[in-house]
Design a protein around this ligand. Structure first.
Ligand code: C2E
Ligand code: CA
Ligand code: CA
Ligand code: CA
Length: 280
């Protein structure tokens, strides 16, 4: 922007000021939201292919702002990361999701989701003692460690410092580790050797054109073979059509998530989830 003269620069920084002011306001409102119960977790089914039977769920946060209505996490999670509010917010999310999963196991028995996946941001993973907090939450909620999956992005793991140490400590508890949005970060496949990953979540961008045989379909096909060779479970994200699900199954995918099967749902609706076409 510098080479474009002083005028432009002023415009850009004014815009940036406005944006950071907006972010700051959002973060302040979020603090209140956390204290006054405006936040809620929804849960999106992770299903088995080809039938669509419930396997697990991913916890996704929802915020209903008293004046602005629903605000998507794509907007406020980055703000929470910048201000550090993600640390107490993330702790609340983790505990709430584990408590809910333990409740399902108790109430639904064999029909309960077998795992709950919780998104953990880079900032949380950098906090020393995060693995200890995970252990404490499992103790408090009574959730079996193998029922929890922690989802982290490649970028978060690559953050360096203690992130990888914390991940190994979390894995040692018996908790599963999923690499989220796989293939979109700046990492390399080398990460799969150093990171104690159990699950690879193949990003929606590799699924979108899978039935058109485009370049991304080649990536999806290669990733499933890598997973098979490295004993990783692959989950295809953002599956929106029956055709995509069928093609994924043909390629060897056995787990999927997406609007074709179910949108993120309030906790109460999970017990009623049935694969499409199944008897009620
Ligand atoms: P993500 O972890 O990759 O979550 C998947 C996102 O894709 C969710 O958006 C989900 O609603 C959406 N999705 C699922 N299936 C489909 C589909 O078939 N089509 C389309 N178009 N979208 C689909 P959501 O809930 O808006 O969350 C966006 C992102 O915000 C998440 O991406 C995650 O990075 C972050 N996020 C959400 N909840 C949390 C949370 O509790 N903690 C943290 N740290 N981040 C969260
Ligand atoms: Ca995720
Ligand atoms: Ca994802
Ligand atoms: Ca994503």
């Amino acid at each position: 922007a510098k080479s474009q003269g002083k005028g432009r620069q002023v415009v850009y920084s004014a815009e940036m000021d406005q944006r950071s002011a907006e972010q700051a306001r959002l973060a302040a409102d979020l603090r209140t939201a956390l204290d006054t119960g405006q936040l809620q977790l929804h849960y999106q089914p992770i299903v088995a292919l080809p039938g669509g039977e419930l396997h697990g769920v991913e916890a996704l946060i929802r915020w209903t702002h008293p004046e602005r209505g629903p605000i998507g996490p794509g907007l406020f999670i980055p703000a929470a990361e910048r201000t550090g509010l993600i640390v107490p917010l993330g702790a609340w999310i983790l505990e709430e999701a584990c408590r809910q999963a333990a409740r399902w196991a108790y109430e639904l028995g064999g029909a309960a989701p077998r795992t709950v996946s919780v998104n953990v941001s880079a900032r949380q993973l950098r906090e020393a003692g995060f693995a200890g907090e995970v252990a404490a939450v499992l103790r408090r909620t009574g959730l079996a460690p193998h029922m929890l999956t922690v989802e982290v992005t490649e970028t978060a793991v690559f953050d360096g410092g203690t992130a990888l140490t914390e991940l190994h400590a979390i894995a040692a508890l018996g908790v599963s580790i999923a690499l989220d949005d796989f293939g979109t970060g700046h990492s390399s496949l080398g990460l799969l050797r150093t990171c104690p990953a159990d699950i690879l979540k193949v990003d929606k961008s590799f699924i979108d054109d899978i039935t058109e045989g485009g370049q991304q379909a080649v990536v999806a096909a290669a990733l499933i073979r890598i997973c098979a060779g490295m004993n990783l479970r692959a989950v295809a994200e953002g599956v929106e059509t029956a055709e995509q699900a069928a093609e994924l199954y043909r390629l060897g995918y056995r787990f999927a998530q997406g609007y074709h099967f179910a949108r993120p749902l309030p906790a109460e609706a999970i017990a009623a989830y049935r694969p499409m076409g199944a008897a009620p």
